[in-house]
Design a protein. Structure first.
Ligand code: SAH
Length: 255
């Protein structure tokens, strides 16, 4: 039987957002290493590095030593083509909620082509809406509905375990169907979209409401290919050009 490819696990980032307790960072590193994961990204950890983190990591201090500290979630997701938010709470705005085994399959299949991320929230507040808006789907661990909030490192363990089981079970993964755009490319598209909608006076910056958030979820439901992002940006540029021409004609045309 073909052995599973270690490159797939190396392409999976475990991202911990705004972690309060350094002990949880260490325990998460240990959970990862027991399952063969190594890419830990910390977004604005409250305290890190720290002796409690080292103590809880036990034999996984190497994962901590290689952990990357980022100032924003966008930075931690740079270069990835898929990010799934891991959350106990199911938000009504999200299109897709995956079980851990479903998430493992998605993540491993995508990891063949590019880096991917699982994003875990803060111990008290979970993931913020802004953090969730950078993710393309949610993963929820079906726990006791009367008490569904696992310890952060325990949640990392559940997902890491599922990843390893899927990885061991299916050594060969089908190639992803599309050449998925990188998330930073998609973020630039959203900036372009917002600018254009403002210029077209469809979006009022004085009272933007949740328009941009809703549009983000709309595009998250379809996996955008790089070529599709290029087409969409071309359409935006054409719309901007037409609007500017119309404005110029109105300002300088015959009175
Ligand atoms: N009170 C927070 C829970 C935070 S627990 C909230 O309401 O969201 C810290 C992190 O562990 C969460 O952000 C999530 O990433 C993960 N987690 C805990 N329980 C989970 C569950 N049942 N399903 C998925 N993720 C969970």
């Amino acid at each position: 039987m073909t052995p599973a490819d270690p490159k797939l696990l190396a392409n999976i980032r475990i991202v911990l957002a705004r972690t309060s307790h350094p002990g949880n960072i260490g325990a998460a590193a240990r959970a990862m290493k027991t399952m063969g994961l190594s890419q830990l990204m910390l977004v604005q950890p409250h305290i890190f590095p720290n002796s409690q983190a080292d103590a809880m990591a036990a034999g996984a201090t190497d994962v901590l030593a290689h952990a990357r500290v980022c100032s924003t979630l966008a930075e931690a997701l740079e270069g990835t083509s898929l990010a799934l938010g891991v959350s106990a709470r199911q938000r009504d705005i999200v299109a897709e909620v995956l079980t851990p085994p479903q998430a493992a399959t998605r993540v491993l299949s995508e990891a063949q082509a590019s880096p991917v991320a699982l994003v875990f929230g803060n111990e008290t507040n979970g993931l913020s809406n802004e953090e969730l808006s950078l993710c393309q789907g949610l993963v929820s661990i079906a726990a006791n509905p009367a008490y569904s909030s696992l310890n952060l490192a325990a949640a990392v363990q559940v997902l890491s375990y599922e990843l390893r089981q899927a990885w061991l079970q299916y050594p060969v993964w089908p190639q992803p169907e599309i050449d998925a755009a990188k998330l930073d490319e998609i973020e630039r598209f959203y900036v372009h979209l917002e600018t254009t909608l403002t210029e077209l006076e469809f979006l009022n910056q004085g009272s933007p409401g949740k328009l941009m958030l809703k549009l983000r979820w709309l595009f998250s439901r379809t996996r955008l290919a790089q070529e599709e992002v290029n087409i969409l940006r071309g359409i935006l540029t054409a719309a901007q050009g037409a609007k500017r021409q119309a404005n110029a004609a109105r300002n300088h045309g015959p009175q």
